[in-house]
Ligand binder design. Sequence first.
Ligand code: NAI
Length: 258
Amino acid sequence: TRTYIVTGSASGIGSATAELLRERGHKVIGVDLRNADVEADLSTPEGRQTAADRAVEAAGGSVDAVIACAGISAPIPLTVSVNFFGVTEFLDRLAPVLARSEAPRAVVVSSMASLQPNSPELVDAMLAGDEAMARQIGQKLADQGPQIGYLNYPSSKRALSRWVRRESIGERYAGNGIPLNAVAPGTVLTAMTRELLAAPEGAKMVDENVPMPLNGHSEPVVIARLLAWLASEENTHLAGQTIYCDGGADASLRGDDI
Ligand code: NAI
């Protein structure tokens, strides 16, 4: 059995992932704002440090894999802090601990939204590690209303997928024998999408932006199974990738652009 740290464990994809791994006999330390083994706020630098320290302590000092699911989609700069810095800083803190495992793995949750229009300036600020600058750019977007403010979300996921690509081949991850990847779900039935999908106009907009010809919207366990494999001992060579688990949405939207 292995020991996993799962963020966003109180709801949706994170909750399904924690449950699946526990069913399979593994030890899971859940991290979330509330209703978790470790209750901490990944939107702040202090919260990330507290979350990492307490999770390692709860794991008894040895961790085999980290699966970072916590995320929000609000049209405000907080989204950048949770979805990008709340993942990358948290993982970077845990990498030295993971490195002591015989089969360490790290997986994050990106999104189909990583392919949507975004703010390149905001993406660059995140990748430069400048959270204050990123928040400033994100706030300017938010000030122009929710439609422009929404750019905080696709920008956070574009930056995250690009970060995975860059870091996966560097000293901290490849150098420590840690395959690092992202999963990009299509539309998943969770708290994040419930309200939007309940309204006919909302559902129509979602389906236009994320067309899913195969099997439609997915249950969170569908994503959990892929996350579990990427974080398992079986995955020795898949690294730096964003895997679209999206009912064919990426193939529909990007077509031959590969
Ligand atoms: P959810 O809302 O059901 O779960 C997200 C969890 O993250 C919640 O338990 C929440 O408390 C936690 N969280 C939020 N802010 C936090 C913070 N500051 N510190 C600690 N925990 C925090 O949402 P869902 O759908 O399970 O989302 C999981 C991930 O999947 C997110 O990164 C989201 O962007 C991504 N995703 C979701 C899709 C969907 O259709 N539901 C599609 C593509 C990506």
